[in-house]
Design a protein around this ligand. Structure first.
Ligand code: ATP
Length: 391
């Protein structure tokens, strides 16, 4: 990010009504303004593997069509690059991204030619962990009733956000195996939860709830913490205590709790009840795939990996989907909505809203790929959106 480090309690502002790179800090109340060196936002594009390059190409087209003030630089970090020269992340790659870019737009990683998935781990998890992108924000919004497998559900009924902890939990890869391959084999996978890590993501969820309205303009009013604290008592206990403590700072927001198994049932029985959900890394990963099913499948879901005040990364929720790669059938709308999310994060609200409006129109007119009922290819669906965004 431009202009140096932020005090730890700084919060990113909404971006629209204020100058770029301004942060409200409390206490004391203070406005810090970071002056960008270039008026254009600098975006690193890392398409990755499988359908990643296909859908990111369409997202890039749409961003260009919006005439947003951005400069995009492509990077080839991927399975192809790893197989060619053994490099996953070039030396100082993450430091370079933080130093030289305002945001990162990522495709997906995973390729059958790299069974260890080492490049995906080092690039994607490396970026989340080393750049400390602690809040994985996954909006779940139904654009059209036809996309939802549930009966009688309208777009206004599904408009919630999952905030997934992104730097801890079982994904830190702590643990080990002992006596591998023998009948006495032992495998231990540690679930790491720190007070700092839990507190900042829970606070992020309350801040998000306070600052972001629903798409119909209604305020968000509830934050629900989801865990499995009845069985995982140590980690769950920490989440419970921290959630109660942070919740007291936001008396205007209703704090709720649900065990993850109950939440899965409720998500398909009555998704209307959800507003903002905060949860750990693994539960967030799983429940957002379920949630993607409510909005038309993985091809429709967008996400941001955010550390307020630092270079953040945006990626569609889906993976590299090898079985459908290279066939021009992948749905590009999740990636396009992800690019809109990124523009909104950068303060380019008008362009972001315009892109979202055209995606909505594409869904209504079925100018989409087959997975959501259209008959277009990936490129054609992307071009349809880009053309209308260009006006
Ligand atoms: P990861 O573990 O990396 O998240 P995954 O194994 O869970 O990946 P995906 O790669 O996301 O799974 O894809 C699973 C399936 O979902 C694909 O094989 C495909 O059928 C469908 N899918 C995913 N993304 C899309 C898309 N953009 N358009 C259409 N179908 C998709």
């Amino acid at each position: 990010m431009l202009g140096g480090r932020l005090p730890p309690d700084c919060r990113e502002t909404d971006g629209d009504a204020r100058p770029p790179f301004s942060f409200l800090c409390s206490p004391p109340t203070e406005l810090i303004i970071f002056h960008p060196v270039s008026p254009k936002k600098r975006i690193a594009i890392i398409p990755g593997d499988g359908i990643g390059p296909e859908v990111i190409a369409e997202a890039v087209k749409v961003v260009q069509a919006s005439r947003a003030g951005v400069e995009m630089t492509h990077f080839d970090w991927s399975a192809n690059r790893y197989l060619a020269d053994g490099v996953t992340v070039p030396p100082d790659g993450f430091a370079m991204l933080e130093r030289d870019f305002d945001a990162i737009l990522l495709g997906a990683f995973g390729d059958p030619r790299v069974p260890s998935n080492i490049h995906a781990k080092e690039i994607l998890l490396g970026m989340r962990f080393r750049m400390d992108l602690y809040a994985n924000v996954r909006p779940v919004r139904l654009l059209d009733a036809s996309l939802c497998p549930l009966k009688g559900v309208e777009p206004r009924d599904i408009d919630f956000v999952v905030v997934r902890e992104n730097t801890e939990g079982v994904y830190v890869d702590a643990g080990g195996v002992f006596k591998t391959g023998t009948p006495d084999e032992v495998a231990v996978q540690e679930d790491i939860n720190t007070r700092k890590g839990v507190e900042r993501v829970v606070r992020y969820a309350f801040e998000y709830c306070e600052r972001h309205k629903k798409h119909d303009g209604a305020p968000r009013q509830r934050v629900l913490m989801c865990d499995k604290s009845n069985a995982m008592t140590y980690a769950g206990g920490l989440w419970q205590r921290v959630f109660k403590e942070v919740g007291r700072e936001y008396p205007q927001i209703t704090s709720q709790h649900m065990y993850v198994d109950a939440l899965c049932t409720q998500m398909v029985r009555d998704p209307r009840q959800f507003d903002v959900i905060v949860t750990n890394n693994m539960f967030g990963d799983i429940i957002t795939d379920l949630a993607a099913g409510l909005q038309g499948g993985l091809g429709m879901a967008a996400s941001g990996n955010i550390h307020p005040g630092k270079t953040s990364m945006f990626e569609p929720v889906h993976g590299s989907a090898p079985p459908i790669a290279g066939k021009n059938i992948a749905n590009p709308l999740g990636a396009i909505l992800t690019s809109a999310m990124m523009l909104a994060h950068l303060g380019l609200t008008r362009e972001a809203e315009e892109i979202e409006a055209v995606v909505l129109e594409a869904v209504r007119q079925k100018k989409t790929t087959q997975d959501i009922g259209g008959s277009l290819g990936t490129r054609e669906a992307g071009e349809w959106v880009a053309k209308r965004v260009a006006g």
